[in-house]
Each structure stands twice: as structure tokens, then as C-alpha cells.
Design a protein around this ligand. Structure first.
Ligand code: GLN
Length: 494
């Protein structure tokens, strides 16, 4: 049963064929068995999970029907859950316990989801491999010698390894979609402003968005329907009715126009990777879609633009970690020295690099040359998408140029930054965008490694986007062709 989809599990619990508590215990046993090798979780919340499960069982017994009854949820550890440690995988918050619960999490729990634990990430969600975590190492369940992707690597690995039915990630420039692609699961970033970020510890506030990671598009739609919508606690959420996506999932693509981006030609990809994407585009046509070429001439500036805006915002957001109000404090004789010593000891190298870049880009004399220009470039990128969507309903492209890479394979920061080449432009434009499994490549060690197809849609077109992804997934079945239970063998190879 714990292999089932969120919808199947909720149905079974609502019909009282199985209890939420039994399922919670079964998932806890699964985590015991696998997480030693995978390392998806930084902290488990097993007692809290059992309390929630008992409450769900009581509500169901009293006649309630809950959309996520008994569904095991893994939560990225940059989201607050009251009474549990919330670390952002940083030494500076290693001992901090959240005093309240993030709205997105609270909505899922209220709908019957069970909080299994907090998952690993790149420190403060800065990275594309999960290797920037200061508190743990997460392996890709498909090949334990490879990274799970980042920054939501723990959440993607947990779902891929069957250690959670669904998970929450956050995506600033690709952090849901890239790890989902690397781990062979679905990862969905809704439109900026669709899901409350209250209780998500901020990295880059104009980009951060919470979204689901799951084994199927239908499960992501289910979570989205529960989470989306205005929240008085987050002024960036939009007061606009949410059209439920789950009931609109479709099985074909007749009448759908899919844009293929001229500038994202497949020629530069490795031969095996290219073949997977060529087949994915063919599959879209077989389902009835019409492919149209679209052009995003400024998309190539996405990475450069993002690496000014995101660090600028993070330099401001992370100023609060100074040892005074919460988190680590390294005591020194005066307050300035205490700030310095605390931040020097608490932040890792990548976080420090971003704070330095961002502070520089915002400093007087450089503000116009860097930050303002980046904002102008961002506007041009958004305008490119708006033009492209005049001739198509969604855009298809690779989620990443390669499958998951080996630990320590990317030593310079820029090669890591480039991993988000295909995901950053959509983030800058605020668009809903997802990655759905689209096939596999094989590696010398004979591991199959998954690849993801990225589908993106106009602002607030979540319902259409999830419908298209569902048709693609259902017709190709890549998402269900998993061989994850090979894990013990993969573990032996390590
Ligand atoms: N990899 C990108 C970065 O390091 C995006 C991370 C994210 O989306 N949180 O900033």
C-alpha cells in the first residue's frame, strides 16, 4: 500500500480499508531500511507523524473525508513546522526550533497528510546538487555515487526511494524541477504568488516558490489544489480564485500547441540524452499536440541575470542571521565582532559567496551597473515568454542538460550555476513550470539514470499545464517504469 499514489492512499484511509497509523508505521519502517544509504532526511518527526495519523483516523471515523488522508509527506528543511528543528541545512540554524508552521505545510496537514520528517537541501537552498548542505549527505537513489540534485535533493530522493509518498520542495531557480529530473519523479513549481511562502525561510523573495514533488502528476495536482490560494500571512500571494487542477487532468493532447524553443536546440546535448528528448517531442505529437517553434532570444542571459538578483536578495534576507535573535551565536566582546564571528562560523562557503556578490551588486556605484540592469534583463525575459505564449499553450524543453552527476564532479561554482540553464528563465518570469520523467540514459556502471522533460505555461495556467503533463506521463509511462527497489544492490556498489 505505501507504494500507492496519494489518491489511492487517501481513498483507502477514507474508506477505512487501512488506517493512517498503519501506513505511517510502514513508511517509518521503510525509512529505517533505506535512509541509511540515501540520507534524504535531516530529521525525522516520527512521534509527530503518529499523532497526526491518530488524529486523521479519528476524523475519518467521525465521518470526515480528507483529500490527503494518511498520505506520508516529507518536508524540505527550510519550511517551518512548529516544535521541530528547521535548519536550512546550515550550521547557523542547526539548533533552531520553529515556533510556528508554514501555511503550505499547515494546509496539507489539515487535509490529512502525515509529516514524516525534514529533508536535506543545499544550505539555504543555494545549489544544484544538495552537496552544499552543512548537515548531511543525500545520495541519488538511482545510483548512490551520484547527487540527487538540488536544492530540494532530500525531498526528491525521499519520494524516489519510496521513503515518502509526496514531498514539498522550494524552487527559486530550479530547485524543485532539477532534483525531480535527477531522481525520476515529478516536481512542480506553481506560478509565483500561487502558494503561500509564509514559514518558508527566505532565500530570494521575488523568486522563491513552494511546490510539490511526487511520483505522478496527479499527486502533484492533488497537493497543489490543497495548498494554492491567497494567504493573509503572505502579501505576495495572489487574491485570485484557484481553479482545481486535479479534475482537469487529460489523457491526450489534441488541440494543444507545444512550443519548442529555438535557442534550446538539442544539438549540444550528449547523443543519448538528445535521443531521449527527441523521442519525448515525438511522443507529444503522437498524443495529438502540434509542435510550434518559439523563440526566447534573451533566455541565454537567464543565468547571469539570476546570479545578480538572487544573491542581491539573499544578502538582504540573510542579514537577520546575526547571532542576536535566533540560531548560532559566537560570543565576542562587542556586538560587531559577535556578528562577524557568528556569520563566519555559521555560513558555508557558497552562502558567503552569494552574500558577497549580492552586497557588491547592491552597493552604491554598482547598483545601476549590476542590479538595475539585471532587473531590466528580467523584464525582457518575461516579455519573451509572453510573446512565445501567443503561439503556444505550453513550452517543452529539457529540465537539465545531463542526468545526475557524481559527487564532487562540479568543483567550480559556475559549472554548478549552469545546471539551471533551462529552469532559471521560467523562475525569473514567475511562470508555472514542472519536470516530468521522460526516459533514461545508461551509465558505465549500468545504472539507468532518469531525465526530466520540463513543461512550462503562462502565468496561472497551472490547470492546463498539469493536464498536459498528465497526458504525456500517462501515454509514456516513464514515471512508472521505476526500478528503485534495486536500492540494496546500488548500496552494495557504493
Ligand atoms: N541552483 C540555483 C541556486 O543555486 C537554484 C536554487 C533554488 O532554486 N533554490 O540558486
Amino acid at each position: 500500500m505505501i507504494e500507492g499514489s496519494a489518491a489511492e492512499i487517501a481513498d483507502a484511509v477514507n474508506a477505512r480499508r487501512v488506517s493512517a497509523l498503519e501506513l505511517t508505521n510502514a513508511l517509518a519502517a521503510r525509512i529505517d531500511e533505506r535512509d541509511g544509504a540515501v540520507g534524504a532526511y535531516l530529521a525525522r518527526t516520527t512521534e509527530l507523524a503518529r499523532e497526526h495519523a491518530a488524529r486523521v483516523d479519528a476524523r475519518v471515523a467521525a465521518g470526515e473525508r480528507l483529500p490527503l488522508a494518511g498520505v506520508g509527506l516529507a518536508i524540505k528543511d527550510n519550511m517551518c513546522v512548529a516544535g521541530t528543528p528547521t535548519t536550512c541545512a546550515s550550521k547557523i540554524l542547526a539548533d533552531w526550533v520553529a515556533p510556528y508552521t508554514a501555511t503550505a505545510v499547515a494546509r496539507l496537514l489539515e487535509a490529512g497528510a502525515i509529516p514524516l520528517g525534514k529533508t536535506n537541501l543545499d544550505e539555504f537552498a543555494m545549489g544544484s546538487s544538495c552537496e552544499n548542505s552543512a548537515l548531511g549527505r543525500t545520495a541519488n537513489p538511482w545510483d548512490l555515487g551520484r547527487v540527487p540534485g538540488g536544492s530540494s535533493g532530500g525531498s526528491a530522493a525521499a519520494v524516489a526511494a519510496g521513503e515518502a509518498t509526496v514531498a514539498l520542495g522550494s524552487d527559486t531557480g530550479g530547485s524543485i524541477r532539477e532534483p525531480a529530473a535527477f531522481c525520476g519523479v515529478v516536481g512542480f513549481k506553481p506560478t509565483y504568488g500561487r502558494v503561500s511562502r509564509y514559514g518558508l525561510i527566505a532565500f530570494a523573495s521575488s523568486l522563491d516558490q513552494i511546490g510539490p514533488i511526487s511520483r505522478s502528476v496527479a499527486d502533484s495536482a492533488l497537493l497543489y489544489d490543497v495548498m494554492a490560494g491567497h494567504d493573509p500571512m503572505d502579501a505576495t500571494t495572489v487574491e485570485r480564485p484557484v481553479e482545481a487542477a486535479a479534475p482537469a487532468l487529460r489523457d491526450d493532447l489534441r488541440g494543444v500547441r507545444i512550443g519548442i524553443v529555438k535557442e534550446f536546440g538539442l544539438a549540444e546535448l550528449g547523443a543519448e540524452v538528445r535521443a531521449v528528448y527527441e523521442r519525448a517531442y515525438d511522443d507529444l505529437v503522437k498524443l495529438g499536440a502540434e509542435l510550434v517553434e518559439v523563440t526566447l532570444p534573451t533566455a541565454e542571459y537567464g543565468v547571469a541575470t539570476y546570479y545578480l538578483i538572487a544573491p542581491a536578495e539573499c544578502s538582504s534576507n540573510l542579514a537577520r542571521f546575526d547571532g542576536m535573535r535566533y540560531g548560532l551565536r559566537v560570543e565576542r566582546p562587542d556586538v560587531g565582532a559577535t556578528y562577524e564571528a557568528t556569520r563566519a562560523a555559521g555560513f558555508g562557503d557558497e552562502v558567503k559567496r552569494r552574500i558577497l556578490i549580492g552586497t557588491y551588486a547592491l552597493s552604491s556605484g554598482y547598483y545601476d551597473a549590476y542590479y538595475v540592469r539585471a532587473q531590466k534583463a528580467r523584464t525582457l525575459i518575461a516579455a519573451d515568454f509572453a510573446r512565445a505564449f501567443a503561439s503556444c499553450d505550453a513550452i517543452a524543453c529539457p529540465a537539465a542538460a545531463t542526468p545526475a552527476f557524481a559527487f564532487a564532479a562540479k568543483t567550480d561554482p559556475v559549472s554548478m550555476y549552469l545546471m539551471d540553464y533551462y529552469t532559471i528563465p521560467m523562475s525569473l518570469a514567475g511562470l508555472p513550470s514542472l519536470s516530468v520523467p521522460c526516459g533514461y540514459v545508461t551509465t558505465p556502471g549500468a545504472h539507468a539514470l532518469p531525465l526530466g522533460l520540463e513543461l512550462s505555461a503562462p502565468l496561472f495556467a497551472e490547470r492546463a499545464l498539469l493536464g498536459i503533463a498528465h497526458a504525456y506521463e500517462g501515454a509514456t509511462r516513464h514515471a512508472f517504469a521505476r526500478s528503485i527497489p534495486d536500492l540494496p544492490r546500488a548500496a552494495a556498489l557504493r
